[in-house]
Design a protein around this ligand. Structure first.
Ligand code: ADP
Ligand code: MG
Length: 458
């Protein structure tokens, strides 16, 4: 019988043609024919889940191709072997590579590597080719692809909406990167509505509106992210409306993202909304389990990290509402397993995940006051009094900061529990401390320490 590896490669090359790329990658990446015996092909896959999936969806095709190449083959059996386990990564070279890939345990590790293309402000990491497609985003993806094929002609504007962390920025920047790849001379601008607002404000201030108009009306593709923040900013809306029209009339492509569909956007002028509605509107929703698995695989590949399939499944099962969290969890679990040498059991992984996503403890205002007074070793009655002594004022400001920023209390209530101060005093103090935080690292340290005490004590 011919080489099993070659045989499997031939089958894979056919399967690849009929299976969506992401699924193919997910299910067949580490697959292999282990052995062939008595008419049975023993196919190695990396999880029970993969086995079930392949059995249900692709077994017919696989068997058909196998029989085609070798008529002795009668059936398939599965052997489940995780592709790589943590312990197996003994090769020191790999270790270095892995260690480099992990920047820290931050929820957005990838942000640290961002290397923006100077003119377009596009992040080259966000490509259509590494955007995983599933039922939650397939329409959005198809529309994005169509836009790159016929920019300004087919879907104009393309309006993508969905909740935070579901891939809007990735997808719309992917359009820009794809277009640029096809044609380097294309003029593309990616901006957020907040940045655009700043530019308009500056242009008004420095009387450079004409330059601003020239900049934005001269592009082949304008991508504007998070348009919802434009609401209520009249001059910005006005400027955007005219930019939109100018581009549209010249068949230049406009791509917009938002957290809501046009009709639910609050505070945005009707005429602008109806422009948005004149194009293609697509949504991105929460990814299903299979898509989450595929995304995790993609992120592991990009970051050069490996986790056993069982572990990947536990992460995908537990984190479903936000892809940024999914990515963050992947890194967190990876770091914990690798550096803290925690065995990769389901229970351990769920514990790791819970540590970041568990609901925060509810804290009462009095607890905040007591904790902060204790922290600074001051008497509560003095802190709440009218005393202007520096140390009391500082502790008082901290209390205000916590009551407002952490407990989200109204200014009025903060004032009344702090010795009946009026709400403007509270607002003023808060402003002051927020400014100080920016310039004083010590203050940040204090805040973090207090936070730790508050949230840890049961
Ligand atoms: P949004 O703009 O909707 O808040 P982002 O585009 O910033 O979301 O996505 C958050 C993170 O999730 C990014 O790192 C992005 O690469 C990743 N992500 C989202 N959707 C996908 C996808 N379909 N395939 C691969 N990565 C994705
Ligand atoms: Mg975004």
């Amino acid at each position: 019988m011919e080489d099993l590896e070659k045989l499997w490669q031939k089958v894979l090359s056919l399967l690849e043609l009929e299976i969506p790329k992401a699924s193919f990658h997910t299910w067949f990446k580490e697959s292999k024919i282990e052995k062939f015996q008595d008419g049975i092909v023993f196919l190695r896959v990396n999880s029970n889940f993969a086995k079930e999936w392949i059995e249900n969806k692709y077994q017919k095709s696989i068997l058909c191709y196998l029989k085609n190449f070798n008529d002795q083959i009668k059936s398939i059996k599965y052997v489940i072997k995780p592709a790589l386990t943590i312990e197996k990564e003994a090769n020191p070279k790999t270790k270095i590579k892995l260690a480099k890939a992990i920047v820290n345990e931050d929820l957005q590790p990838s942000l640290q590597k961002i290397n923006l293309l100077p003119k377009t402000k596009l992040n080259p990491r966000y490509k259509l080719s590494n955007f995983i497609v599933g039922p939650c985003n397939e329409l959005a993806y198809a529309a994005a692809l169509a836009v790159t094929e016929k920019p300004g002609r087919k879907y104009n504007p393309l309006f993508v909406y969905g909740r935070v962390g579901l891939g809007k920025t990735h997808l719309i920047q992917g359009i820009g990167n794809a277009l640029l790849e096809k044609d380097k001379s294309k003029k593309i601008i990616y901006t957020t509505s907040e940045e655009f607002t700043n530019e308009v404000v500056n242009a008004i201030h420095y009387r450079t509106t004409l330059e601003l108009r020239k900049k934005y009306r001269n592009v082949d593709l304008l991508i504007i992210d998070d348009i919802q923040f434009i609401g209520g900013k009249e001059r910005t809306e006005e400027e955007f409306f005219h930019t939109f029209n100018a581009l549209y009339e010249n068949n230049k492509q406009i791509v917009i993202s938002s957290d809501k569909p046009p009709f639910s956007l609050v505070g945005i002028e009707k005429r602008l909304k109806s422009r948005f509605e004149g194009g293609m509107i697509v949504d991105i929703s929460q990814p299903d389990f299979e898509t989450r698995i595929a995304i995790l695989h993609q992120k592991m590949k990009e970051n050069n990290i490996f986790l056993p399939e069982e572990v990947v499944e536990v992460i995908a099962k537990n984190i479903s509402d936000n892809i940024r969290h999914l990515e963050g969890s992947l890194n967190l679990v990876y770091n914990n397993l690798k550096y803290k040498k925690i065995p990769p059991t389901k229970k351990n992984i769920e514990e790791i995940l819970n540590s970041i996503f568990k609901p925060r403890k509810v804290i009462k205002p009095q607890e905040v006051i007591n904790t902060i007074c204790q922290y600074f070793n001051l008497e509560t009655s003095k802190v709440v009094s009218q005393s202007r002594k520096k140390e009391f004022v500082h502790a008082r400001q901290m209390i205000i900061y916590f009551l407002r920023e952490e407990l989200e209390m109204p200014y009025l209530s903060i004032g009344s529990i702090l010795g009946n101060r009026d709400h403007t005093t509270i607002m003023y103090s808060l402003e002051k401390i927020n400014k100080e935080i920016e310039n004083n690292p010590l203050l940040e340290k204090e805040i973090n320490e207090i936070k730790e005490i508050l949230y840890q004590s049961e």
